[in-house]
Design a binder for this molecule. Structure first.
Ligand SMILES: Nc1nc2c(c(=O)[nH]1)N=C([C@H](O)[C@@H](O)CO)CN2
Length: 119
């Protein structure tokens, strides 16, 4: 069984896009993360030090994406996944990066990746 700590609807303004006009503005990306993490241990101890701190993960991800200026959301996804896997006690994650409004006829577009090893 894999426990999950998740972050849903993490919204960040950043420079993103392949077209010239997109390089001059900020646009919104929305990130959803599911991360394999032990929930039983912090559930028994009631100590955040035993938990995967979703606030700390959120801060790290926001700082990375806000400072970035990638062309593709695929690049955002790969860099966010690499950050979470290397900086936090996470062995596996599923990450959705959405760029709402990028296609006017669509409610949402984006990518979903899974990285790491799920126990
Ligand atoms: N698979 C992708 N396709 C497209 C991307 C992207 O990041 N990944 N980006 C664009 C443009 O930047 C678009 O969002 C402008 O509206 C087009 N296709």
């Amino acid at each position: 069984m894999t426990d999950i700590v998740y972050i849903q609807g993490l919204s960040v303004e950043t420079t993103i896009g392949v077209y010239d006009w997109e390089r001059t503005i900020k646009q919104t990306l929305v990130l959803d993360l599911e991360m394999a993490a032990d929930v039983a241990t912090p559930g028994a101890s009631d100590a955040v030090s035993d938990a995967l701190d979703y606030a700390a993960v959120s801060s790290g991800v926001l700082a990375l994406v806000e400072a970035s200026s990638f062309e593709l959301i695929e690049s955002v996804a790969e860099h966010v996944a690499a950050l979470v896997l290397s900086e936090f006690a996470v062995a596996w994650l599923r990450l959705r990066v959405s760029k709402p409004g990028a296609v006017s006829q669509a409610r949402d577009v984006g990518v979903v990746i899974e990285r790491g090893e799920r126990a």
